[in-house]
Ligand binder design. Structure first.
Ligand code: SAM
Length: 567
């Protein structure tokens, strides 16, 4: 199987400047009671907080807004996007071309800057070629380079100037600077309509902390030196306008993701930025295909629940694997609001949040215990298992130290995972052992991100046999957190299906193809994966094509094996 590279995806990480929407959180499916609570919450999240509707005076014309959707203003939230028709799970509610997309500094030299395909994924023997002027951007074809020239023209000169000043090949400004550069050139060229759309995005200048203002000031100095004072002044006539631009960028940009859900850069779409947040979202933002001119528009908003006429489309801005306090802190810091969704208001007394849970230590019990609150509690705390009711004592200081160590190991491993996979793998396996010994549930933070990074690192180093059980554990954990059809879940199941092929046939290929039961099971996993992928990304994405090919190949293999046995 040649496309295993598709699996070596980093776990999706969101953060300031990269308001991503692919992380979501769904009811824990472990217990029916939790399921009921969360389903009630989902309906609430999608409807109640959105009303009442206020005036529509600040609304700007968006030509790519389909007639099935409308923009309305909501008290306490600003504008939001509402549906006028039923949107069923897995349906694309909106597809559009972002105004600006740039690859981040980790991907700029290894992916095409127009369609974003990775050099590793090109047909064998083909390489990306670099822009002959700036030597910075790479392209997979003359057509892609030509298509990108409109956006790259001014950027090319700026990159040359930057490179000369930095006195080194292969040095480019940081991703936000390049993204803001493209945005400013687009506004300069696109005139009033682009400017009106960007200027209508929510700025939080008044609410910024002095530290954030200082950060934005530094960013604006770098942007000014990159694009030139004249271009900056054309769109920003005052210092306040420049801070507004940086603030708008921070709370309105998206993670640009690959069709396999790796974070590869940043995108700005003033239309999609109108979608408000919920921790129980009903939609996700994905980029299912490479951005070629023949594709349908590359950025899609796909429903992950059925959405009724009059409901607001809601995506998540933060990683929904994060515990409540962390989510709230991120939303406050980067987006300047207090989330009032059903998940944030779910009473601790009513359920055990799987993101902050320990496994019951009683033999044969699969229940969860609420983790003591490391911010508020101390000493030995007794908690009861939600399933068997048995009490377990946990030492809060030990718990806190375990979380801190696992988080710092995770950060270190993330920075090493592609340069020293062996060291990253070994430290992540150590963390897994420590978290397991401390009875962390695999759905809990930071156990799940540790497993996800371990999976990505194992795939990168082609350790497929070890990767398969890790992928299975990641998938089952994500099933507890996300509804069916969520992209993170879909990607994990696709990984399990692919790894069943590469991870099990690498040792003894002949035996693999003779194992009918195993092949049949692999087909089953791939078919399930395909369903989830289509539900998460909509039809026609890259991953859908890959899975269909694998299903076909495995079914053919199965047929041949049966024929050889005379069945
Ligand atoms: C990407 S914009 C969403 C569109 C925005 N409402 C507008 O009018 O431009 C993000 C901003 O919308 C607001 N917002 C989004 N979701 C919200 C929510 N659930 N509750 C309150 N405010 C929200 C916050 O001010 C946030 O910084």
């Amino acid at each position: 199987m040649s496309d295993w590279k598709a699996l070596k995806e980093r776990r999706t990480q969101k953060g300031p400047l990269l308001a991503s929407t692919t992380s979501t959180r769904e009811e824990p499916v472990a217990s029916p009671q939790e399921k009921n609570n969360a389903e009630g919450g989902a309906a609430e999240a999608a409807s109640s907080p959105a009303s009442p509707v206020a005036s529509t005076s600040k609304l700007v014309q968006h030509d790519d807004l389909p007639s099935t959707l409308e923009v309305r203003e909501v008290v306490g939230r600003g504008r939001g996007i509402f549906t006028k028709t039923d949107i069923s799970t897995g349906t694309t509610a909106l597809s559009t071309a972002p105004l600006v997309s740039v690859l981040d500094n980790n991907n700029i030299f290894s992916r095409c800057s127009a369609c974003f395909i990775a050099e590793d994924d090109l047909t064998p023997g083909k390489l990306l070629s670099q822009c002959s002027l700036c030597h910075s951007l790479r392209y997979c074809s003359a057509a892609c380079q030509k298509r990108d020239w409109v956006a790259h023209k001014h950027e090319c000169k700026a990159l040359i100037t930057f490179r000369n000043a930095a006195k080194g090949e292969g040095i480019v400004p940081d991703t936000p600077i390049r993204a803001l550069g493209r945005l400013l050139w687009a506004m300069e060229k696109g005139g009033c309509s682009y400017r009106a759309q960007v200027e209508s995005l929510q700025s939080h200048r008044e609410e910024l902390t002095s530290e954030q203002k200082e950060q934005f000031f530094q960013l604006s100095v770098s942007v000014a030196s990159y694009v030139g004072q004249q271009t900056l002044a054309a769109s920003c006539s005052s210092a306040a306008a420049i801070i507004d631009l940086c603030s708008r960028f921070t709370s309105n940009s998206f993670s640009l993701t690959s069709p396999h859900l790796s974070n590869i850069g940043v995108s700005i779409s003033p239309l999609v930025a109108l979608i408000n947040h919920a921790c129980l979202p009903n939609a996700v933002v994905v980029f299912p295909s490479y951005h070629t001119s023949s594709n349908p528009q590359p950025m899609r908003v796909v429903a992950i629940r059925d959405i009724k006429p009059g409901e607001e489309l809601l995506t998540s801005y933060v990683d929904l694997g994060l515990p409540l306090r962390r989510r709230k802190a991120q939303l406050r810091e980067s987006y300047h609001f207090e989330c009032t969704c059903a998940l944030c208001f779910k009473r601790r007394a009513e359920w055990v949040d799987p993101r902050e849970a320990l496994k019951c230590r009683k033999e044969q019990c699969v229940g969860l215990l609420r983790m003591p609150d490391v911010e508020l509690q101390n000493g030995d705390v007794e908690t009861a298992c939600e399933t068997c009711g048995g009490a377990t004592s946990t030492n809060v200081e030990h718990l806190k130290a375990t979380i801190a160590t696992a988080e710092s190991e995770l950060a270190a491993a993330e920075s090493l995972q592609y340069t020293d996979s062996a060291a990253a793998t070994s430290s992540l396996f150590d963390s897994v052992a420590v978290l397991q010994a401390a009875s962390f549930a695999p759905t809990s933070h930071p156990y799940l991100p540790t497993l996800q990074t371990l999976l990505a690192t194992l795939l990168h180093s082609q350790s497929f046999v070890q990767a398969l059980p890790t992928a299975q554990l990641v998938y089952t954990s994500l099933c507890t957190l996300h509804p069916q059809g969520h992209p993170a879940r879909a990607i994990a199941l696709a990984a399990v299906g692919k790894l069943r092929i590469v991870g099990t046939n690498s040792g003894d290929e002949e035996r693999y193809w003779r194992d009918e039961a195993g092949l049949q099971e692999t087909v089953g996993v791939l078919v399930e994966g395909l369903k989830e992928v289509v539900a998460a990304f909509g039809r026609g994405g890259v991953l859908e094509g890959e899975l269909r090919d694998l299903i076909r190949q495995t079914e053919e293999g199965l047929k041949m094996t049966r024929m050889a046995r005379g069945l």
